[in-house]
Design a protein around this ligand. Structure first.
Ligand code: ADP
Ligand code: MG
Length: 230
């Protein structure tokens, strides 16, 4: 009976998510249809194409982020040094950080931190978290990234500390809710995707924040003990 209850809970979460996805995608489609109708009446303006294009991009972005939640039939779990995934994620965003006068401080030793994981999904987590940090510092600042083994080498702690605008209590409470965003061009999917991926890897993600001081995101993941587990 307990199992059934869990399944029906999952179903209702899926149902709510489906409803909010439908809503989020219906809005841009309505806009696109409206402009197509105007164009059918023979009225053309470059601005119409631009709106259609940006609404299409919005749908594309929503679908791209949602697809990260879809679990492949056979997950490709591999033993990977997570250092690489983190370094690649940082490299990918370093230009964006630079453009926004943000200095990324890597406060960790490059070491062998082996995790059983889907590497691409963990990269996506790092990318989402770093992006949020960059977006939280429109006037520049420092993003510190720390990584070390804890709990007798059983777990890995990865920390992202920004000096951004911080997260007020009311936003903190809704973090991870699909489509909840405070940004004009946000999707409100990034954190939900991160949480789902980290939990799928047997880890957890925690957020600590102070308004106008900054935000600290802590990710804890199980480490493979290289000596014992081979
Ligand atoms: P999005 O970035 O598309 O808005 P997310 O799920 O990534 O969606 O984040 C949800 C909200 O959480 C953001 O709109 C923002 O208000 C807040 N947030 C997330 N990370 C940070 C951060 N590092 N600093 C300040 N606010 C943040
Ligand atoms: Mg985001």
């Amino acid at each position: 009976a307990e199992k059934l209850l869990v399944d029906s809970e999952k179903l209702s979460v899926a149902g709510e998510l489906a409803a909010s996805i439908a809503h989020e995608i219906r809005n841009p489609i309505t806009a696109i249809k409206g402009f197509l109708q105007i164009m059918e009446e023979g009225i053309f303006d470059k601005a119409y194409y631009r709106v259609i294009d940006s609404e299409m991009n919005r749908i594309e972005l929503i679908l791209k982020e949602l697809l990260l939640l879809a679990k492949p039939q056979i997950p490709k779990l591999e033993r990977k040094n997570i250092c690489e995934a983190l370094e690649q994620s940082i490299a990918l965003l370093s230009a964006q950080a630079n453009m926004n006068s943000i200095v990324i401080n890597k406060e960790y030793e490059k070491a062998e931190y082996t995790i059983v994981c889907e590497e691409n999904k963990l990269k996506q987590v790092f990318i989402n978290v770093i992006k949020n940090a960059i977006e939280a510092m429109p006037n520049g600042g420092h993003l510190s990234i720390q990584m070390r083994a804890i709990l007798d080498n059983k777990k890995l702690l990865v920390r992202f500390i920004d000096q951004g605008y911080g997260i007020p209590e009311n936003v903190l409470l809704r973090l991870g809710e699909p489509f909840y965003t405070t940004k004009e061009k946000g999707t409100g999917l990034g954190f939900m995707v991160c949480k789902s991926i980290i939990e799928d890897h047997g880890g957890e993600i925690n957020v600590f924040s102070e308004v106008n001081v900054g935000t600290k995101i802590e990710i804890v993941l199980p480490l493979v003990n290289n000596e014992l587990d081979i």
